[in-house]
Design a protein around this ligand. Structure first.
Ligand SMILES: Cc1cc2nc3c(=O)[nH]c(=O)nc-3n(C[C@H](O)[C@H](O)[C@H](O)COP(=O)(O)O)c2cc1C
Length: 401
């Protein structure tokens, strides 16, 4: 047999006879097999190889098998919501449905005044209304947040109207997009006008700023400063981390929270991150800051702000949520990607909770008109690839009756 030079020729302490090509291949093959077996085992452990029901509601929606109240409920649950905490309870009442907030799913220090929770209620209401309109179902909408209760809205089927399908068709395709956008491809004037036309409630407004404008820079700088501030707050960060689902197995178990799959990484990076050891908190927080600077803000061509007249009024928070959902549905219909970036407003809420006086409210207000307060900030643009759906809990688990 033609023995090729062994490693020993370059390894003075090893005996040539122990490192023939066959032996080397055997060892390498063995190590390779062990690595593959180890990786497969790890892949199985983290759930990469298993199936999950966490995305079944998106499929059910796409198959068109849901009707009436279950259809409205499914649309509500597929809406945008803070941290994918899905903070809703639903109550059936004949051909009506009530949408309640669910304080048991509050985010604690991440949302101390429940601003985000009530925005999330508005998102659910808007998606349910878009679903009804898409099927030509008329609705009596009784909005109004009960003072001591949790109810935010009652939607009662009341007849038929001509179907409006634009936002209905966007419900299944709307996903928060955390990947790279095309910085050099600004939104055209028609798209900007279509987005601005989503404002319908008197106490809500929408501002869109080119990323290169003075306001765009001010928003980006303030979001980066806020992210730095938040990652230094251990209480805040542990409340955020509690919701993050690192592996598919965690997603399958909880069916909520943001996950690696929706973090805006490529598929390979996702699998690599899921297979590796769980990163230390400090490392993952640094990654969030880096993604905010290098991916979310550096690649976006436009930043947006949803504002209200009275930031403390629950009804206006709900109305702001409805506007955000409508904007995201319209963006989806226009083939645009969008992602809320809440860090600055979370910092403001957290500072209030801790009694800290800072410049943040003034900075936030400086990017919109006087007399208005920002309720939600976001980025929007043309993305390079598609975002994936996030997990949802089983539809029946949202119903109280
Ligand atoms: C009030 C509010 C605040 C949010 N803040 C952020 C944010 O700061 N960063 C982010 O990536 N997504 C944010 N989101 C998006 C949610 O994380 C997202 O809607 C949720 O995970 C469900 O995923 P989906 O929108 O793809 O269905 C926010 C959504 C809402 C309604």
């Amino acid at each position: 047999m033609n023995e090729s030079p062994s490693f020993s020729s370059r390894t003075p302490h090893a005996s040539p006879s122990r490192f023939t090509r066959r032996r080397v291949l055997k060892v390498v093959g063995g190590l390779g097999l062990a690595a593959v077996t180890g990786t497969s085992l790890r892949a199985w452990q983290v759930g990469l190889l298993g199936a999950t029901d966490a995305y079944e509601l998106w499929d059910e929606w796409a198959h068109g098998t849901l009707t009436d109240i279950r259809l409205l409920a499914a649309a509500a649950v597929l809406a945008s919501n803070p941290h994918n905490s899905q903070p809703w309870r639903l109550r059936r009442d004949g051909t009506a449905i009530e949408i309640h907030v669910d304080p048991t799913r509050a985010l604690g220090p991440v949302d101390p005044v429940l601003r985000q929770m009530y925005l999330g209620a508005g998102c659910a209401i808007e998606n349910a209304i878009a679903a009804a309109r898409g099927l030509g179902l008329d609705l009596d909408v009784e909005s109004g947040v009960s003072v001591h209760g949790t109810r935010t809205c009652r939607l009662a089927l009341s007849g038929t109207v001509p179907a409006e399908t634009r936002h209905f068709e966007a419900i299944a395709r709307r996903h928060t997009h955390r990947g790279a956008y095309l910085r050099d491809r600004p939104l055209d004037a028609d798209r900007v006008a279509a987005l601005l036309a989503q404002v319908t409630a008197p106490d809500t407004r929408l501002w869109l700023h080119a990323a290169g404008s003075g306001e765009g820079h001010a928003i980006a700088d303030a979001i980066i400063d806020a992210t730095r501030w938040l990652i230094a707050d251990a209480t805040f960060m542990s409340a955020t981390d509690r919701w993050f689902r690192m592996t598919p197995r965690e997603v399958a178990e909880h069916r909520d929270g943001p996950s690696l799959r929706t973090a805006g990484l490529g598929r390979l990076a996702q699998a690599g991150a899921a297979l590796g050891p769980r990163p230390r908190a400090g490392a993952s927080h640094a990654t969030w800051l880096r993604a905010t600077i290098e991916q979310h803000l550096a690649t976006t061509p436009m930043l947006g702000v949803v504002g209200v007249r009275d930031a403390g009024a629950r009804d206006q928070q709900v109305a702001a949520g409805r506007l955000w959902q409508r904007v995201h549905l319209e963006a989806t219909a226009l083939d645009l990607a969008a992602q809320p970036l809440d860090q600055l407003l979370e910092k403001i809420d957290r500072e209030r909770e801790l009694g800290i006086d800072s410049d943040s409210p003034r900075v936030a207000a400086s990017v919109i008109e006087a007399g208005w307060t920002p309720m939600l900030m976001f980025r929007i643009g043309h993305a390079i690839d598609r975002a994936l759906p996030s997990a949802r809990r089983e539809l029946d688990s949202f119903f109280d009756n």
